[in-house]
Design a protein around this ligand. Structure first.
Ligand SMILES: Cc1cc2nc3c(=O)[nH]c(=O)nc-3n(C[C@H](O)[C@H](O)[C@H](O)COP(=O)(O)OP(=O)(O)OC[C@H]3O[C@@H](n4cnc5c(N)ncnc54)[C@H](O)[C@@H]3O)c2cc1C
Length: 389
């Protein structure tokens, strides 16, 4: 096989990139390790920045998003019984859009199907070759056959556990990481959301988040121990714990019901540098991970895709490699600011096992400052709605 850009990974980064390239007349092939059903079944992010919404519109896949996405003009932070609303529209003029990653991924696959773009699912043993030459290639096996794709470039959109990042020599790759000493236990339930906006709660029992996907689908999380197992948590135990972590005025509005999904995610901050090596570019979770506090994972993947699309368009349409040469630096400049914000939100809102009274006072002082300072609320809103590309 032959293509211009071989895209490893059929998650949101790879799919969005493929559609942007297609629009520019650049040919690509997407390789995905899982089945389509598996990819579409993953419950992940749910809050979209305008940058991602704009990219979805660019590739003509935003009809459902524009119809069903819920605009949020603000969010609530709480500490015990104290509530503080951050008004995004007042501070930035911009809302965020609540629309599930599952729906984003479905819309992207549907558009690719309409355009007759092929995804090769259930590929195994994906291996990247000659990335530091002018003639890279990708090989994989499928149904016992080995296939090779010759290409100009490889886009590593294969998430944190993919092969792309591991193809960069250890002597080149620098990794920066913080692993947090807790996880998030999340449930999805077909119940109306507790509140019209998200509630990020810091309580003496730990963090909780009240989120949603649509008017009849709620997503709730509680901070949990890394040793907890999903089976340890009955639905009743989850609802009881959630109620105890949020202000009583909100707890009174909680509608409970059976969970239709329940999972535990560990929290991690991670960045690798560089995000380009030879003819390989990393996008999204393949290059960086944020803890979900602040809803930045999917959104920062979209920013990388934007930079890479611009770089490849410049190469193919304008004969300039300036975008390719600056891709890693441009992407990382934004990534690090997003990492800072996600780390800060996580530090502000969680209870850490080794936290002492001084640390708790620091959290309280941060929240008091947010309450009193227009500039502090503005900084939070600016980061939450998304830094510009
Ligand atoms: C459990 C969980 C919960 C999350 N919750 C949130 C949230 O609430 N808010 C938020 O903002 N973000 C959240 N995130 C982060 C967000 O989902 C990711 O940032 C986003 O999915 C990144 O998209 P991506 O396309 O870069 O990577 P992925 O979505 O990981 O897609 C990578 C794709 O590559 C495929 N792949 C892997 N290896 C190979 C290979 N060798 N060959 C071919 N294909 C391969 C994978 O199967 C996958 O389909 C969550 C992530 C996880 C894991």
């Amino acid at each position: 096989m032959k293509t211009q850009v071989a895209i490893i990974g059929g998650g949101p980064s790879g799919l969005l990139l493929s559609l942007l390239l297609q629009k520019a007349g650049i040919d690509s092939v997407v390789l995905e390790r899982q089945t389509k059903e598996h990819v579409l079944g993953r419950i992940r992010a749910g809050v979209l920045e305008q940058g991602l919404v704009g990219l979805m519109r660019d590739v003509g896949v935003a009809d459902r998003l524009d119809k069903e996405g819920i605009l949020h003009d603000g969010t609530v932070l709480s500490y015990g019984e104290d509530r503080l609303r951050i008004d995004f529209r007042e501070h930035t003029g911009t809302p965020v859009v609540v629309y599930g990653q599952t729906e984003v991924t479905r819309d992207l696959y549907d558009a690719r199907d309409r355009l007759g773009m092929d995804t090769v699912f259930e590929v195994e043993d994906v291996t990247l070759h000659d990335l530091d030459s002018d003639a890279p290639s990708v090989s994989f096996t499928k149904g016992g056959d080995t296939v090779r794709i010759d290409c100009d470039f490889v886009a590593g959109c294969d998430g944190f556990h993919g092969v792309s990042r591991k193809s960069i020599p250890a002597s080149v790759l620098r990794e920066y990481e913080r692993v947090y000493p807790f996880g998030w236990l999340g449930i999805l339930s077909e119940t109306p959301p507790i509140h019209e906006e998200l509630i990020y709660a810091n309580s003496d029992r730990g963090f909780a988040l009240c989120s949603m996907r649509n008017p009849m689908l709620s997503r709730y999380y509680v901070q949990c121990s890394l040793s907890d197992k999903v089976e340890d948590w009955s639905d009743e135990a989850f609802w009881d714990e959630l109620k105890r972590r949020i202000p009583s005025v909100d707890a009174a509005n909680l509608v409970t019901g059976p969970s239709i999904e329940k999972s535990i995610a560990p929290l991690r901050s991670y960045v690798c540098e560089p995000m380009r090596w030879g003819r390989l570019f990393l996008c999204g979770d393949a290059a960086h991970i944020v803890p979900p506090t602040g809803a930045k994972g999917l959104n920062s993947a979209a920013a990388d895709v934007h930079y890479l699309n611009e770089a490849l368009r410049d190469h193919y349409l304008n004969g300039s490699d300036a975008g390719i040469d600056s891709y890693s630096a441009r992407a990382l400049a934004r990534v690090w600011k997003v990492e800072r914000f996600s780390w800060w939100m996580t530090s502000l809102l969680h209870r850490f096992p080794d936290q002492n009274d001084f640390d708790l006072k620091m959290q309280q002082a941060e929240l008091a400052f947010l309450r009193e300072s227009d500039a502090a609320r503005s900084a939070l809103a600016t980061n939450y709605v998304g830094l510009p590309y």
